[in-house]
Design a protein around this ligand. Sequence first.
Ligand code: TUI
Length: 311
Amino acid sequence: MIISKRVTDLLDIRYPILQGGMAWVADARLAAAVSEAGGLGVISAMSADADYLRDQIRLARELTDKTFGVNIMLLSPYASQVAKVVIEEKIPVVTTGAGNPTEYMKAWKEAGIKVIPVVASVAFARLMERAGADAVIAEGTEAGGHIGEIGTMALIPQVVDHVKIPVIAAGGMADGRGFAAAMMLGASGIQMGTRFLVAKECSVHPNYKAKVLAAKDISTIVTARRAGHPVRSLKTVFSRDYYRDEALIDDSILEERARGSLRRAVVDGDDHTGSFLAGQISGLVKKEQTAKEMIEEIYHEAKNLLGDHDG
Ligand code: TUI
């Protein structure tokens, strides 16, 4: 099977491997490293303001002249501000997460931006195609962070059957086997988050990397299901207590406890108050490498598995 060129042609990149837009993690340094390696690096606009994003874009441009994108987390209070920044800064690719980007789509398309929303269902994928999306990232519940309900194995072929635009598989993607499997399910590329967490160019606290590297298959837990925004993270004192208290304590009190918890994991490495977002594939991630080593290893492994020997 020959690896589809739909995503590499669309985005003008070498390998159809996108980096997840992880809040507090996906900064200019990581995005530039992934883009330099031939994938699509992505800066997370997270819940920060326009000035933060402008600074990160400037920094990434100093580090690479290759294409990189910006991820807009739609629950951010600054979403509409940063939606303008990507136009002003002539960012070529925008990925979105945790919501519906339709209100920004017209302006982004007029600016020539390629728009790739994360979707967790067939219905939402179809809606995004009708709204003008250039591709979708179909993310299974194996993923880290805010998640939907359907597993990657079931989600990808169903989305592929219902849209014409390219589908990029996410959730549980960390090696060449996952990449090859995604191709077999009809995807044209993959997005990875968890494996890039331990990239040499990823600036998260050493404790965060150590936790991912030590994780096994059953090391993640999903909290905040009851509150309607399920989030997958590594099992820690904080996440286990949170899970236990969901049956006992008001959502509003728990939300207060969660405020700032991702920063406390990424910046402070504190597992008593921090939330270490990571996917179920953490157990497969066993070594710290450069983004380039990761991307080339995954791509060549997948090519071999797929018997794709030309190109
Ligand atoms: O967005 C993510 N992962 C995230 S966002 C985040 S910050 C946050 N923290 C706590 C609660 C909520 C957000 C941490 N990790 N991944 C992309 C993603 N998007 N996964 C699932 C979705 C999604 C889900 C439902 C996208 C759209 C959607 O429905 C939209 C609609 O309007 O129906």
